[in-house]
Design a protein around this ligand. Sequence first.
Ligand SMILES: [Zn+2]
Length: 286
Amino acid sequence: MLEEGKWYRLESAVVDQYKGMLNLKVHSGTTIREVSHEGTLKPTITPIKDLAPGVACIRGKVVQEWEATHDRILQSGMFADETGAIRFVIWKEEGRERLNTGGIYTIYYATVDDFNGRLSLTLNTATTVPEEGDIEVNTGNSLFEGAFVHLSPGSGLVRRCPVEGCNRVLSRQNYCPVHEIQPNYHYDLRIKGWLDNGEETREVLIQRGETEGLVGMSLDQAKELAENNPLGMDEVFLRFREALLGRYLSCRGREIDNRLLVSSCELLHYKPEQLADLLNRAGGSL
Ligand SMILES: [Zn+2]
């Protein structure tokens, strides 16, 4: 049995490739000898854009955390460096800890998987080391322009879990899927919805900074509106819908799974006949 941290010389082993991943096969004819080695192994950091299936070391920032889609997931989100971004997942496991959103990490020996042509990092095999400072990340520059045709539930004023590193949107009963009831939530604004350009639709997710500008309502104004209105947070949702439906938006950001994580967005102003034409092509789904 090979021991972790020791150095070995392997003779007559077979190295082959499966789906682009290198694979070392040790068989009955392989000789294994422990060797003395003074130096330390210096892992090479791979830029995210150059990642391939296998095992890799990367350095970057947790730029986004996604709501868990499975109860075995401890955390999932997006990890980015100067060259690109990749999704990551950490499965629930004894002793595994979550990464902080916005935190910089060096990640040693992550598993890079290929799911239908999309790369993904699994961090359960990895050692994660928090780093100081900040880095300029490439958050993507996809552009999508279209009519705003649907505002999804979970838009408007939302309550987020206050547990450090969590930040999940709470249910109406202030229930976090991981941390249960959280009465000391904090408020946030966001837009989840669909743009249609007449040929295709794109789901967009717009964070607070851009949201405030688009709907012309600050977080404080939204809170005040919810507190002083019998419909509460639903009133904010209705105002958002009124401000957005049928408007033509130009959004830039990173695209993942047909969803655009918007980093900048603006309202486009079209002549009424142009807009009517675009909305007709959008299928009259308003
Ligand atoms: Zn939580």
